[in-house]
Design a protein. Structure first.
Length: 302
């Protein structure tokens, strides 16, 4: 027997997932579970585009501000917390609404992966950190080609983690995606836009984030003891703004670099959320998308 239903809103960064989730919250008794590997960090609010305090006050949100930015957070930790949050929401008779763009997290949750916790090997990580991303991906392709294809070639942290899992256990990271609990019965709604329109929206959002105080947010994090070596600072834009604060690049150049990196990140998200994936009901993020999504949810819940 499958579990009670869940609804997910997925798609690339900047496409409007949060806005759609809030629109659906006006129509259905939902609580939101963040499926974002960066919004778990406290104090990283602007650059990770968290829901505002007002939005979180109007609709309960889960898996936001879970750990300090100096702490590690893993897929295994996400699955444990997300499954607990979903069970809590369903016990209230409400609908869990999963919202976010971290594809690995979303599919691991919906497909009920069981991910064994593998203790970190710090010496091995330090050794791997000396290698260029291209070399890391090449090494991973030799021992785990599926993982090499799935992981963003620019995401050094995840490349190293996949190599580390194989190094410690002798088992491929991709082979550890074993079935765990019964899979959820899910409606997955995908939001998309033509590439140029998406890039325009991303660029506008980056500029808005800077005006909202993103640079000061990075300054506070660095002053609190967060360093560029912490995984949280691998979030898009944070290291660019840290370089700006250090006087290494001008703010205008940092903003250009962030826009380019965010475009690249959005393209990679489509590798997890493919437009031809039959599991996803794709909608264009334009006027009227809220009504279209509400109709899908109503049909799913009927």
């Amino acid at each position: 027997m499958t579990k009670p239903p869940v609804v997910a809103i997925v798609g690339p960064t900047g496409v409007g997932k949060t806005a759609l989730s809030m629109a659906l919250a006006e129509r259905f008794p939902v609580e939101i579970v963040s499926v974002d590997s960066r919004q778990v960090y406290r104090g990283m609010d602007i650059g990770t585009a968290k829901a505002t305090a007002e939005e979180r006050a109007s609709v309960p949100h889960h898996l936001i501000d879970v750990v300090e930015p100096t702490e590690e957070f893993s897929l295994a930790a996400f699955l444990e917390l997300a499954r607990a949050a979903i069970a809590e929401i369903q016990a209230k008779g409400k609908l869990p609404l999963l919202v976010g763009g971290t594809g690995q997290y979303l599919w691991a949750l919906l497909e009920a992966w069981r991910v064994p916790a593998v203790a970190p090997d710090l010496a091995y990580r330090h050794e791997m950190a000396e290698l260029a991303p291209e070399m890391l991906r090449s090494r991973l392709a030799e021992v785990d080609p599926k993982a090499a294809d799935a992981i963003d070639p620019h995401n050094v942290r995840r490349l190293i983690r996949a190599l580390e899992v194989h190094h410690v256990t002798g088992v491929a990271w991709s082979a550890m995606q074993l079935r765990g609990p019964e899979p959820y019965r899910a409606l997955v709604i995908g939001l998309t836009l033509p590439r140029e329109r998406l890039y325009q929206r991303i660029d506008q959002r980056v500029e808005r984030m800077v005006k909202q105080g993103w640079v000061e947010e990075v300054r506070r994090l660095l002053a609190s003891g967060v360093t560029l070596a912490h995984p949280s600072m691998a979030s898009v834009g944070y290291r660019d703004l840290a370089a700006c604060l250090a006087g290494d690049v001008a703010l205008e150049e940092a903003i250009r670099n962030i826009k380019t990196a965010t475009h690249r990140f959005a393209r990679h998200q489509y590798a997890w959320f493919r437009l031809k994936d039959p599991r996803i009901r794709w909608l264009e993020a334009s006027e009227g998308v809220g009504e279209q999504a509400a109709e899908l949810v109503s049909e799913f819940m009927a």
